[in-house]
Ligand binder design. Structure first.
Ligand code: AFP
Length: 333
């Protein structure tokens, strides 16, 4: 069976006037970098990727060799294409402007190079998450200096977002604002083939994903929602629920967009602002989930409407099947 490749898919979007050639090339370059990361992740212990490099990143987490390598792969792949003004990574304290010897483009790229990297050693899925914004223009009509301030735009300004999951297969999910579409890496042709077009999240489901070891620290609305799920058939929901937690957001979100459910990393008494990063995790995933017919909130506010205050800002995340997310939001006073 002949399937649409990512390149064909993007060219069709360009012909339809939805994206320009620069954005098409940018997404193709990110996809190419994800292939390279997938190969390295696949080497497992043979590649030494799970080893700690003994350095803490800006998030205070110990970096693994594969975190560093994935970051370098994405930086090197993207800095010379001429379509970016600057890049920002979860692994780097400050944004990285495009070196002056390369042409500067109109886009800003943010990425979490290897999400779920604590799972490398135990052969569980990891992934890459990315978000694309336009570099704002100043009063003179020229693009602004691509400093941290330029990146601090709400998620509803994203022009593209996506994530790769390095699991039993490598899957890339992409949105340019007209639905969410999934591509599987064909290891024979080494191209991404469209296998999950027009992903739609079922509105109502019976599966939740949350790290229940934090239960004692949750706020009342989240506790109420989970208690009601746990009460099963005899409780107020009148049905049994199932629980899944991979501890790689990419894998959990791919499951949620594939068969429905809710994913939550709420704020709690330890992580008062939440644990996940607004710019590298919450915004791109919220964009994809909404494009797949789901919803994403931090509890009271739609994630995509939050005005970021910092590049590495953390945020509470509740996303997935619309009715379930709306229920959690309705429990918040
Ligand atoms: P790492 O990249 O440090 O492994 O963090 C992954 C993550 O940001 C996200 O992908 C998971 O959903 C979440 O953290 C897992 O958190 P817990 O350690 O609390 O399970």
């Amino acid at each position: 069976m002949r399937r649409t490749t990512l390149t064909q898919f993007l060219i069709e979007r360009e012909r339809a006037g939805r994206i320009n050639a620069d954005l098409r090339l940018l997404i193709e370059t990110i996809a190419r970098a994800c292939k390279a990361i997938s190969v390295r992740v696949n080497k497992g212990s043979l590649g030494g990727g799970g080893a700690s490099v003994g350095v803490q990143n800006v998030q205070g987490e110990t970096q693994k060799a594969l975190d560093v390598l994935s970051n370098e792969i994405l930086l090197e792949a993207n800095e010379w294409g001429g379509n970016l003004a600057a890049l920002a990574s979860e692994e780097m304290e400050n944004p990285s402007p495009i070196p002056t010897h390369y042409p500067r483009g109109e886009y800003l790229l943010l990425f979490d190079p290897l999400d779920g990297s604590s799972n490398i050693d135990v052969n569980i899925s990891t992934g890459t998450i990315f978000s694309v914004l336009r570099c704002p223009h100043g009063h003179d009509g020229k693009p602004c200096e691509p400093d941290e301030q330029a990146f601090l735009q709400p998620g509803n300004k994203q022009v593209a977002a996506g994530f790769a999951v390095y699991g039993p297969t490598t899957i890339l999910v992409v949105t340019v604002g007209d639905g969410a579409h999934g591509f599987t890496l064909d290891r024979e042709t080494f191209s991404f083939a469209l296998t999950h077009p027009e992903i739609r999240i079922p509105e109502e489901t019976s599966e939740f994903a949350i790290n229940t070891s934090n239960m004692r620290r949750w706020e009342a609305p989240v506790k109420r929602y989970i208690d009601e799920c746990l009460a099963g058939k005899d409780g107020p929901r009148g049905r049994d629920f199932n629980m899944r937690w991979v501890a790689s957001m990419v894998a959990d979100v791919f499951r949620v967009i594939s068969r429905g459910g809710i994913f939550m990393y709420p704020r709690d008494s330890k992580n008062k602002d939440g644990r996940l990063r607004l710019m590298y995790e919450a915004n791109p995933m919220a964009f994809i989930v909404e494009q797949a017919g789901g919803a994403a909130t931090e509890g009271r506010t739609r994630i995509l409407d939050i005005q970021p205050k910092g590049l590495h800002q953390r945020i509470a995340v509740v996303l997935g099947s619309k009715q379930e997310v709306e229920r959690v939001a309705s429990y918040h006073p």
